[in-house]
Design a protein around this ligand. Structure first.
Ligand SMILES: [Zn+2]
Length: 290
């Protein structure tokens, strides 16, 4: 993945106008369709205002409308772009307090930007997984982080779903009971999928529910039963996620964990992209309608 430096940022986005221009081009790659003229027309920028005007009828179009920048002053648009650049620059992300410090804004403003950007990154999580899908649960948080163990106190359960050679998603769940895990899997995985899990009994009903269910018997020290029956991908996802949380936070509350897992999953899902993470994140944020 290409690096994106602060020099790149200053070159591409020297001011608020260039950010607005980028946003307009991103939202309307084939030109702006004028509702009144009922066709794509030339639009020119209204000087000093965050809008473009139809050359024929004068109807105004505001590219920031309907995006996470909608309630933001135009004079802060570049600051938001910068926030995305800061959030994209590290492998493990940054905390909202760190973001506030880096941008020189109040904790409250930093928190709002951080939350909105993450919300935009999490969009699209409704698309179900298919093919070979590994499912596993883990415990995150509490004092002894990173340790696997069922029934651990003060820890939050996360259900991980990873498509082999594909996407990953983590879902914060209240417990590891079948009545919790099965519906969460059904909400995220297509019935045609082959689902690989360990031998936790909560997963037993997966085949009754129509999944092609393959079990890896971890508890008998059998890590690979035969050929492709393993959960190595989701375990790799866990170890990277936990390392990343340890690198960023001293403590993640259960309440904030979902947002963190979503941001992490986004990075994981785009880890092999050619273009810099900043561009991927910026494009995603621009596509998101608030
Ligand atoms: Zn028009």
């Amino acid at each position: 993945m290409k690096k994106y430096t602060t020099n790149d940022f200053d070159r591409d986005f020297p001011d608020n106008d260039s950010c607005l221009e980028w946003l307009k081009n991103q939202k309307y790659p084939k030109g702006i369709f004028c509702q009144k003229c009922q066709r794509v027309t030339n639009h020119y920028r209204i000087h000093g205002r965050p809008c473009y005007s139809c050359e024929f009828c004068g109807t105004h179009v505001y590219p920031m409308a309907g995006t996470i920048f909608e309630d933001t002053k135009f004079s802060h648009l570049r600051l938001w772009f910068k926030a995305i650049a800061y959030m994209a620059v590290t492998r493990c992300g940054i905390s909202s307090r760190q973001l506030s410090r880096d941008l020189g804004v109040t904790v409250k403003t930093g928190w709002r930007m951080w939350t909105e950007i993450r919300k935009a990154l999490a969009e699209g999580n409704a698309i179900k997984f298919l093919g070979h899908v590994e499912v596993d649960e883990t415990y995150i948080g509490g004092k002894a982080r990173g340790k696997r163990g069922r029934g651990s106190e003060n820890k939050t359960v996360v259900l991980g779903i990873v498509e082999r050679k594909g996407r990953a998603r983590g879902i914060v769940v209240p417990d590891i009971k079948a009545k919790t895990l099965i519906p969460a899997i059904e909400a995220n995985v297509l019935k045609d999928a082959i689902v690989y899990t360990d031998d936790l009994h909560s997963y037993d009903k997966l085949s009754n529910r129509g999944f092609n269910h393959k079990v890896v018997e971890h508890s008998q020290n059998v890590y690979v039963v035969a050929g492709d029956i393993h959960t190595n991908c989701v375990e790799g996802f866990w170890s990277q996620l936990k390392r990343s949380i340890d690198g960023t936070y001293h403590h993640v509350t259960a309440h904030h964990l979902q947002g963190y897992v979503d941001e992490y999953s986004f990075r994981y899902n785009h880890r092999k992209d050619e273009q810099p993470m900043f561009e991927t994140m910026l494009e995603k944020v621009a596509r998101y309608s608030s």
